[in-house]
Design a protein around this ligand. Structure first.
Ligand SMILES: Nc1nc2c(c(=O)[nH]1)N[C@H]1C(S)=C(S)[C@@H](COP(=O)(O)O)O[C@H]1N2
Ligand SMILES: [Mo]
Length: 439
């Protein structure tokens, strides 16, 4: 299997090349048996994908897309999730439509999923028996800690922290960028319970040689090779020492859901979600910038100067993404709203700005010609998204777009256009919704 095929799921593969997909899913089909006799792992994979056994699998024609997958990817239900749009099923990637992100605190079943590999068995079973966390590398005293150790030996903190995938918004890139075609919903802001990353490092004693962290999770590589890691990223020591960076064991007062990192994950808010390792088992301090999978090459990196859409950029001209840019969402009403009872409408949503805070949120109903200030609340704690709302009055009936534009504490506002880059990261262009006023 090529790398390209590995990064795609059944749905996409079936759309593009049903025969090849059939081969990958069902395994080798004997020439004498072109009717797609499903066996072993292939049948198990297909059954898992459609969520049931397939009694008449022997009759399935080769290349047939099970309609459970073909109709709409949204038919695909993820356990413990509600209303998420599945972009890929292997690895599982699912985003939340903006209107389902309206809660001030994102509920567990509405928090997006970005997996690079396979979900560890411990998380599938939601049983942390035997789990431990190792802290080693450039430390004075390497540590091995149980879940009880984390909960009892350190101060426990609760913080509402936003996480956004570095590739959120990639779907709008033109020319397109490879990878999950996230639209708007690879972001959320739950309340996390855990311990400060800094306290953990203080307990181990950070050597002066330490410059970067390396995070290791329990998820498996898609190839099945136990010696390969799907992803292992890290952050500069200073980011790990930020009092808002935590090692979390609960999400909204519940054990962290299977797909979001049970039993323990890192949360380094405001930076690409990939810095927040799920299913954590080891933190290693390094005396160099970490070079694990998805740390090197052009992964989670952007050119350090603006480029033209489609431009080729030398690898040496990319920098690792750190703080994410200012951004906002309109979470109410849903796009396409029909205003039938008058000309005023309440709109609202959230705004966030990486390491910074948001100082203003403006809305426009005339394609950006004029702007009106929305009410913007402060964050409940640093790195929590900020809620905003505005009452709009439309001058007459017709089709409108509501645009939202956040401005960060340093005065940088969201652009309307997309700052294109080769890997499709950091799209923080303004969110807009359609509203039809009928009277
Ligand atoms: N172990 C592990 N941690 C991981 C990932 C992963 O695939 N494996 N994906 C990362 C990426 S790219 C993102 S955006 C966030 C997503 O977190 P979520 O799936 O809980 O929304 O987890 C990060 N941590
Ligand atoms: Mo991500």
């Amino acid at each position: 299997m090529s790398d390209g095929a590995k990064e795609r799921g059944l749905c996409e593969l079936y759309e593009e090349d049903p025969e090849r997909a059939d081969y990958l899913v069902f395994g080798r089909i004997a020439e004498s048996n072109r009717r797609g006799f499903l066996r072993g792992a292939g049948l198990a994979a297909m059954s898992a994908a459609v969520g049931a056994t397939i009694p008449f699998h022997r009759n399935m024609p080769a290349g047939l897309i099970p309609s459970a997958l073909a109709d709409e990817t949204t038919d695909f239900k993820l356990v413990g999730k509600d209303g998420l749009i599945v972009l890929n099923d292997r690895p599982i990637n699912a985003e939340t439509p903006p209107s389902l992100l309206n809660d001030d605190v994102t509920p567990n079943e509405r928090f997006f999923v970005r997996n690079n590999g396979t979900v560890p068995e411990m998380a599938e079973k939601m049983d942390a028996t035997g789990w431990s966390l190792t802290v080693d590398g450039e430390v004075d005293t390497p540590l091995t800690l149980s879940l009880d150790d984390l909960k009892s030996k350190f101060e426990v903190v609760q913080l509402q922290l936003q996480l956004e995938c570095g590739g959120n918004g990639r779907a709008a890139f033109n020319p397109p960028a490879k990878g999950n075609q996230w639209t708007l919903g690879a972001v959320g802001c739950p309340e996390w319970t855990g311990i400060r990353y800094a306290d953990l490092l203080a307990a181990a004693g950070v050597k002066s040689s330490a410059v970067y962290t390396a995070h290791y999770g329990m998820d498996g590589h898609l190839s099945g090779d136990p010696d390969k890691l799907p992803i292992s990223r890290g952050v500069p020591i200073e980011k790990a020492m930020d009092p808002s960076s935590i090692v979390a064991f609960e999400m909204n007062g519940q054990p962290i859901p299977t797909l979001n990192g049970f039993p323990v994950r890192v949360v380094c808010p405001g930076w690409p979600g990939s810095c927040s390792q799920k299913w954590l088992r080891r933190i290693q301090l390094r005396d160099v910038v970490h070079d694990g999978p998805k740390m090197t090459g052009t992964s989670y990196r952007v050119p350090y100067y603006p480029v033209e859409a489609g431009e080729k950029v030398e690898k040496s001209d990319f920098n690792i993404i750190e703080s994410m840019p200012v951004k906002s969402l309109i979470t109410r009403p849903v796009t396409g709203h029909e205003l039938t009872d008058g000309r005023t409408l309440l709109v609202g949503g959230h705004a966030w700005a990486g390491d910074l805070s948001v100082k203003a949120l403006d809305v426009s109903i005339d394609f950006g010609a004029t702007w009106q200030a929305a009410d913007l609340a402060g964050p409940v704690n640093p790195f929590a998204w900020q809620n905003w709302s505005a009452e709009l009055t439309f001058p007459e009936k017709g089709y409108y777009e509501v645009w939202a534009r956040a401005t960060d504490s340093e005065g940088t506002a969201q652009p309307f256009a997309i700052a294109w880059n080769p890997k499709g990261y950091l799209n923080n262009s303004m969110h807009r919704i359609a509203v039809r006023v009928t009277t």
